[in-house]
Design a protein around this ligand. Structure first.
Ligand code: NAP
Length: 260
């Protein structure tokens, strides 16, 4: 299937590795030029070079913290203001106990995982609407549909973003712009390894045992791969996905046990 987005330009945030990189690679595979971003420049430049070499697309790499005003300004500046496809992403908040979090912890999580995507949409969606075409995909989490107790900061911030998208996506759809959220379940990325490390410490088991335990909770019997996550993202950004508006799409191997 031709996704019909060759020659478009995408900003993919937090994309030197993991799910963001998976999305960037899938879009590059469809001939989309990219602005990619992460805080550490070494891995980011490596990712940019790999994408250029593999797909022959134009890739601009901006090392910046996307959750800060300064970082966002740097990234937006590098796009030249014209972006057809926006994929928002950032690191997730740390796990913990609900009684331990103070106001600063909540503000940091809400800044990173709610207000950052909102600010990026506010900056880029008006231009998409003027041009009559745009795609926004926010990487959120399965915790939006089925809360993960130890990730209360994530549950809180991402649910706020989900509420914003629910209304806003309906306000911009008429101008040819779609906004949807992709909800990852457990995927084989560094983030998953970090969370597995927490289980190792808490239960006194090996990393292999921790992984096997978590994989057994997923009906598909395995962790998801960033490549298959990226492919779903690229489809949502394709010319065929213009009627998909304001959806929260789980990619979780069946992990969330719910009918709807
Ligand atoms: P990952 O493998 O750790 O990759 C995170 C990427 O984001 C890296 O490129 C990292 O590079 C970049 N990054 C992190 N914070 C950033 C910031 N403030 N500004 C710019 N770049 C930043 O993580 P992942 O597994 O792909 O997870 C991506 C998102 O999905 C996270 O929010 C995570 O909570 C969520 N999620 C993941 C899973 C899973 O199983 N993997 C499940 C549910 C939800 P630098 O460190 O160099 O900045």
């Amino acid at each position: 299937m031709d996704f019909g987005i060759k020659g478009k330009k995408a900003l993919v945030c937090a994309s030197s590795k993991g799910l963001g990189y998976g999305c960037a690679a899938a879009l590059a595979g469809e001939g989309v030029d990219l602005v990619i971003n992460a805080r550490s420049s070494g891995p980011l430049e490596e990712a940019a070079e790999t994408l250029r070499a593999a797909h022959g697309v134009n890739v601009v790499a901006v090392a910046a913290d996307i959750t800060t005003d300064t970082g966002r300004a740097q990234v937006l500046d590098a796009t030249g203001g014209t972006v057809d496809i926006l994929v928002t992403n950032a690191g997730g908040p740390p796990p913990g106990m609900w009684t331990d979090w103070d106001r600063d912890d909540f503000i940091a999580a809400i800044d990173a995982n709610m207000l950052t995507p909102v600010a990026l949409m506010q900056a880029l969606v008006p231009g998409m609407m003027e041009r009559g075409w745009g795609r926004v995909v926010n990487i959120t989490s399965q915790s939006v549909k089925a809360p993960i107790a130890v990730l209360g900061l994530s549950n809180t911030a991402r649910t706020g973003l989900t509420g914003f998208v629910a209304g806003t996506s309906r306000q911009v759809a008429g101008a040819g712009v779609t906004i949807n959220n992709l909800l990852p379940g457990i995927h084989a990325t560094d983030r998953a390894v970090a969370l597995d490390g927490g289980v190792v410490a808490a239960k006194g088991i090996t990393i292999e045992e921790a992984r096997a335990e978590r994989a057994a909770t997923i009906p598909a019997g395995r962790y998801g791969q960033p490549e298959e996550f990226g492919a779903a993202c690229a489809f949502l950004c394709s010319s065929h996905a213009g009627f998909i508006i304001g959806q929260n799409i789980l990619l979780d191997g069946g992990g969330v046990n719910a009918t709807f």
